[in-house]
Design a protein around this ligand. Structure first.
Ligand code: HEM
Length: 404
């Protein structure tokens, strides 16, 4: 990763990869909201950073001025040629629906939604529970664990592999590729390794499933027709890669941050043990308070928004995490109230790109926390051990040593 020059003025020169932003973005947003609610930077590319709920949601809904054709928070390879010199499916579609505007967005999203309906997600509960229990078997008898690398990180990638119908043996490799793309996006070599690995893997899978279809997302997409024609292989490839990229780091980060919260707030840990019926509300509150995902938008034409002269080609970072800490939208936003009743959080985004996998994410988070609390006695952070956080597009703990 490239070293970043420390930030002196967050309003005019912010950097989401500054270590202070990664460990404590909350106080930075608080300052900005009162002094300069839409910050700017020229680092990497001219970008704007709204910090208020009202602005973030308004921009998310204005798809005419704010396109999803460039959603990377750390611009890297997205303007380059395809990462691999390769004769095969057309890669110009990116990762629809997340990196598409209508009309491509509309029909690719429609194809994906049924895979994450309540009914389907209910069907994934038993395997997710077994998976969590199996992981806990590996360390619950000891007195300490890395709750991020040993638990949170292991869950979503296996659930997604199951949905895609690919081998869970590949889980560690998938995790490595997804981290290369999202977490190490400013390291060209790692970014290339991740993009190339993922692409070549799914090209092979596509060929295999064309001749050996199964009850999985890839096979179903190969059999679909849109406007009387099969779907372009490049689009199927993009959708498959998106499901893996969108479903792994995000959910693992949310599980990790939630365990971090419970490790540092014993009263909340106890409350969830005493009142297990509170879990569904608690999951929403933990998602609000520790929202992992920031996305970008591309400004399509010069526009003034909130007094800011945004230029065509600029980026706007969809700061859903900061919106969720806005005191104009949430009472005492920095306090985690496990039973918060009015909670219109935007951890899953807002508008046409709102997370297609939110049912799955909620289920995984709930099952992972339930199983953890059931098996692990009172736990806290392990003194003297370092905790590391990833940030940028997805924020969450990567090493989280706890004792019990
Ligand atoms: C806690 C976990 C998760 C969080 C916080 C999260 C957050 C988000 C956010 C903020 C967006 C909006 C993107 C934008 O506005 O540009 C989004 C979109 C999306 N997410 Fe999630 N996500 C999570 C888990 C998942 C899972 C498990 C899946 C399933 C594979 C998934 C699939 C998607 C897809 C396909 C989109 C694109 C929807 C569209 O463009 O119409 N996400 N997610």
């Amino acid at each position: 990763m490239t070293d970043t020059v420390p930030v002196i003025d967050w309003a005019s020169d912010f950097d989401v990869l500054d270590p202070r932003y990664i460990t404590d973005p909350f106080s930075i947003w608080d300052d900005l909201r009162t002094t300069c609610p839409i910050a700017h930077t020229d680092r990497r590319i001219s970008s704007w950073l709204p910090t208020r709920y009202e602005d973030v949601t308004a921009i998310a809904h204005d798809i005419a001025h704010f396109s999803s054709l460039r959603v990377a928070v750390i611009p890297g390879g997205e303007d380059d040629e395809p990462p691999v010199d390769f004769e095969g499916p057309n890669l110009e579609y990116g990762l629809p629906p997340i990196s598409a505007d209508p009309p491509l967005h509309t029909w690719t999203r429609r194809l994906l939604l049924p895979w994450f309906s309540h009914r389907r997600v209910d069907g994934y509960v038993p395997m997710t529970r077994d998976l969590c229990r199996g992981l806990l078997d590996g360390f619950a008898e000891g007195a300490h664990a890395d709750a991020a690398a040993g638990y949170a990180q292991q869950i979503p990638v296996r659930v997604i592999a199951h949905i895609l119908g690919v081998s869970t043996d590949m889980s560690d490799t998938f995790t490595m590729w997804v981290r290369d793309i999202l977490e190490f996006a400013d390291d060209p070599e790692r970014r290339q390794r991740g993009a190339e690995g993922l692409l070549m893997y799914f090209v092979e899978q596509l060929e295999y499933r064309r001749h050996n279809p199964g009850p999985d997302l890839l096979s179903e997409l190969l059999g679909e027709e849109v406007d009387g024609k099969p779907i372009d292989d490049g689009i199927i490839l993009g959708i498959a890669a998106l499901v893996l990229i969108a479903g792994v780091d995000t959910t693992w980060s949310a599980i990790g941050s939630s365990i971090w919260h419970l490790a540092t707030h014993p009263e909340d840990q106890q409350r969830l043990r005493d009142e297990p019926g509170l879990m569904a509300l608690a999951v929403e509150e933990l998602l609000r308070a520790y929202s992992p995902v920031t996305m970008a938008r591309l400004v399509t034409e010069d526009v003034e928004y909130g007094g800011c002269p945004m230029k065509e080609g600029d980026k706007v970072l969809m700061n859903f995490p900061a919106a969720n800490r806005d005191p104009e939208a949430f009472e005492e936003p920095d306090v985690v109230r496990l039973d918060r009743a009015h909670n219109r959080h935007v951890a899953f985004g807002s508008g046409i790109h709102r997370c297609a996998g939110s049912n799955l994410a909620r289920m995984e988070l709930q099952v992972a926390l339930e199983e953890w609390l059931h098996r692990i006695p009172a736990f806290s952070l392990e003194q003297g051990k370092e905790i590391t956080w990833a940030g940028g597009q997805v924020r969450g703990p990567r090493i989280l040593p706890v004792v019990f």
